[in-house]
Design a protein around this ligand. Sequence first.
Ligand code: F6R
Length: 241
Amino acid sequence: MDILKYKNYDALSEAVALQMVNQIISKPDTVFCLASGNTPLKAYEYFVEKVKKETIDYSRCVFFGLDEWIGISPDDTGSCHYFLTKNVFEPLGIANENIYLFDGLSKNPEAECDRISRAIEKNGIDLIIVGIGMNGHIGFNEPGALIGNNVQIVALDSVTQTVGQKYFDKPMLLKKGMTIALRSFLDAKKALLIANGSKKASIIQQTIEGEISITVPSTIIQLHKNASVMIDYEAAACLIN
Ligand code: F6R
């Protein structure tokens, strides 16, 4: 596992975007799996800007969304669906057949997870980009998550239910989610875990230097064969080594 440190959020975001662009250059049919949330926002902005400016051919790339809140409409500005559509897919005009997003309003979330799971089995994931929750979650793989499945339905931790309110303009009931699971994270050919800001410093220290334990799901990145943790100096502040 590489630890890559950047002086601030902007430098971190530019480096993440560059990795995404280079990934497409080396494999034009790259399968991405992308997190939503505040952390990757600027990286996606830079990514969109770079691929357009450098006229990179991304028409054969496939994109998976990392997770979704169950019960939240794809049109809700707080949904992962909306976030990735507005910040990546629409600006790049990605074809629908190259996009796999969970439908938070699906009447049958199990079938929805099966659909995404089959697509992962068919395509494989080349590059997965994840943020990290204050409780160490990756996607919606909360403390105590199962590792066995590709995709799963999860009961959201109380920390996630509370912190998740920041994405919505009014209070929301956030009880359950669908997520690409830790098995798929470990199987992805390359994984990037990104974090910025001092509020992530303690969980980043545990992730990198703590014992591997499912009580802090992000520690399983230590088992990944090809992973980088990309953080700004503030998020790196509690690292001992
Ligand atoms: C979002 C996701 C979450 C976030 C994490 C950090 O798709 O999977 O695990 O990455 O909660 O969120 P931010 O980046 O908003 O701090």
